[in-house]
Ligand binder design. Structure first.
Ligand code: GLC
Length: 572
């Protein structure tokens, strides 16, 4: 049994979406040799761990979040030997390896599911959640078969798919190609623990658990009668009754036997459960992603429904977990991932006018907070949302499911398309922009699986590094300062002016040292008054994104649009 070293607390995680990172064999899809060729780039940024979105065998109905073999590498990415080399090459550079664990569902092409459907007596039937449909009589007395419950899928529509030629349905909280596993079945839990050990034995250092808090459903399954629930059934499948028990079991049988880090991608968890998942005494998970701040420019986290950016909401989402969990667990700090739009193109930011400012402002106000930073590929060079010509350019099935649902609801096509373009996950999935050559150096010219962002000739790694306003180098500075200051790693967060609609400000305090983080999250100038518990003459600027000098620092000062500052206190 390996002792837990808590390495994750000082780690910086870089997320790679393998399909879109680097295509070494010019087949239009990123691959493991491509990733290996860019590991120095990841290390030099200041990352110390890499999270790989699914590399496993999959029919790619949800681009890898539908796994058909948990113990195999997708042939388009490479072989198991390539994977072993990837782990070795990461470790040789001091990079830990974090794999995605998609355990709520399998692919409908997984051998278990195929066996479950083809043979009613198969033991694999009980690996899934299969129920008879219900008969509904209409007023005229004619009968119709309807799904076992009224639950809806996160990807729109009923969460039940009828099994052809039968009166039975299987549950899928995501696409019909992603049948939910039955975690009540001990055999399923054994399989999952075994899969974790399989990868841990190959040298993997941690896991990101996909939508982890949906694993336990409340039985007997029943209709969700709450009219306020947009997605029906959530009260019966989010943070379900056996969630904590299931996590404990995975720990006992696999995770705790190694020096492993875990982060759970949570599906709007309730605060009490969230705290328990990550409480040091519970030992269930090390961290979760809390996406509260990501709902600050959409309606309740529904990414396709825009609302004006609210800094107040952003601050509550970013800062509250830091206040809530400090001292009892650990936190994560996230601005992007493969499921959301680019951070410089959201939160009310005009990415034409303020791309550099915002791309340097956001890491300062986020990553000097308390928690482990996660950086998504391309974020470190300020990649923006793409300009897609039409729905045909979008590869994510969710964009199409939601678009179809909107048009069925008689939302005019143009309006529906606009909403999809606002929130599409496709923005994060255009290939990484390495240089100004054809396909941005992603490959040698074969059309990539997902079209390029047309701005790649201007925005790319090579151009960024050659510029005196390099965003990558700014990230390096942020991460270097963070790494070298225990107060920024471990300090308690104290917030100032929580009700200010332009300014975000907080301090970090640890071991007798204090830092003050200040930012103007708006496109207009903002006044900032130095908080009363800081003395101006004891502060020096440790980092500025818009070249402010100490002579320009006053008790009351005007901050430029998207200006961010890190002050260091030097007590007299
Ligand atoms: C998670 C993944 C997302 C996927 C979904 C279903 O939210 O991040 O990409 O579509 O789970 O697996």
């Amino acid at each position: 049994m390996a002792a837990k070293t808590n390495w994750y607390k000082e780690a910086v995680v870089y997320q790679v979406y393998p399909l879109s990172f680097k295509d070494s064999n010019n087949d239009g899809m990123g691959d493991i040799p491509g990733i290996i060729s860019k590991l120095d780039y990841i290390r030099d940024l200041g990352a110390t761990a890499v999270w790989f979105s699914p590399l496993y065998a999959s029919p790619w109905k949800d681009y890898g979040y539908d796994i058909s073999d948990y113990r195999a590498i997708h042939p388009a990415f490479g072989t198991m030997e390539d994977f072993d080399r990837l782990v070795a090459e990461c470790h040789a550079r001091g990079l830990r390896v974090i794999m995605d664990a998609v355990f709520n569902h399998t692919s409908s092409r997984h051998a278990w599911f195929r066996a479950a459907l083809s043979d009613p007596d198969s033991p694999y039937r009980d690996y899934y959640i299969i129920r008879k449909g219900r008969i509904r009589k209409d007023k005229k007395g004619s009968e119709e078969l309807i799904p076992p419950t009224n639950w809806t899928s996160s990807f729109t529509g009923s969460a039940w798919e009828r099994i052809l030629g039968t009166d039975e349905y299987y549950l899928h909280l995501f696409a019909p190609d992603q049948p939910d596993l039955n975690w009540e079945n001990p055999a399923v839990r054994e399989e999952m623990a075994d899969i974790l050990r399989f990868w841990l034995d190959r040298g993997v250092d941690g896991f990101r658990f996909d939508v982890f808090n949906l694993l336990s459903k409340e039985y007997p399954l029943r209709d969700d009668r709450n009219r306020l629930h947009f997605q029906k059934g959530t009260q019966y499948f989010v943070d379900g009754p056996r969630m904590h028990e299931f996590l404990n079991e995975l720990n006992e049988k696999a995770l705790s036997l190694y020096d492993t880090y875990t982060v759970g991608e949570s599906y709007t968890p309730d605060e009490v459960h969230a705290h328990r998942y990550i409480h040091e005494e519970s030992g269930e998970l090390d961290t979760i992603f809390d996406f509260g701040h990501m709902t600050s420019d959409n309606v309740g986290g529904m990414k396709f429904i825009p609302r004006p950016f609210s800094l107040i909401k952003f601050k509550r989402g970013l800062i509250d977990p830091q206040l809530r969990y400090h001292g009892t667990g650990w936190n994560t700090l996230v601005l992007e991932n493969h499921d959301c739009v680019r951070c410089v193109s959201r939160f009310g930011i005009n990415d034409k006018k303020y791309r550099y400012e915002a791309a340097t402002f956001l890491p300062v106000i986020t990553y000097f907070g308390w928690g482990t930073p996660f950086i998504y590929q391309g974020q470190e060079i300020g990649m923006t949302n793409a300009k897609f010509r039409s729905m045909r350019d979008l590869k994510d099935p969710v964009s199409h499911f939601v678009y179809d649902t909107m048009t069925e609801m008689h939302i005019p096509a143009r309006a529906a398309e606009k909403m999809i373009m606002f929130g599409a996950r496709d923005h994060a999935r255009t290939p990484m922009q390495w240089d100004g050559s054809a396909n941005a150096g992603f490959n040698e010219g074969t059309a990539p699986w997902q079209c390029m962002n047309p701005n790649y000739r201007k925005i790319n790694v090579e151009a960024d590094l050659a510029s005196d306003k390099s965003i990558y180098r700014f990230y390096q500075k942020v991460l270097e300062i963070r790494r070298s200051e225990p107060a920024l790693l471990y300090g308690r967060t104290i917030e100032y002016y929580p009700d200010d609609r332009q300014v975000i400000a907080y301090s970090r305090d640890y071991g007798g040292k204090r830092f003050l983080i200040v930012g103007n999250f708006s496109a207009s100038r903002a006044d900032f008054i130095m908080p009363g518990d800081f003395e101006l003459d004891e502060l020096s600027i440790r980092l500025t994104n818009l070249d402010r000098t100490e002579a320009e620092t006053e008790e009351i000062m005007q901050l430029k649009p998207y200006e961010a500052l890190l002050f260091e206190e030097n007590k007299k």
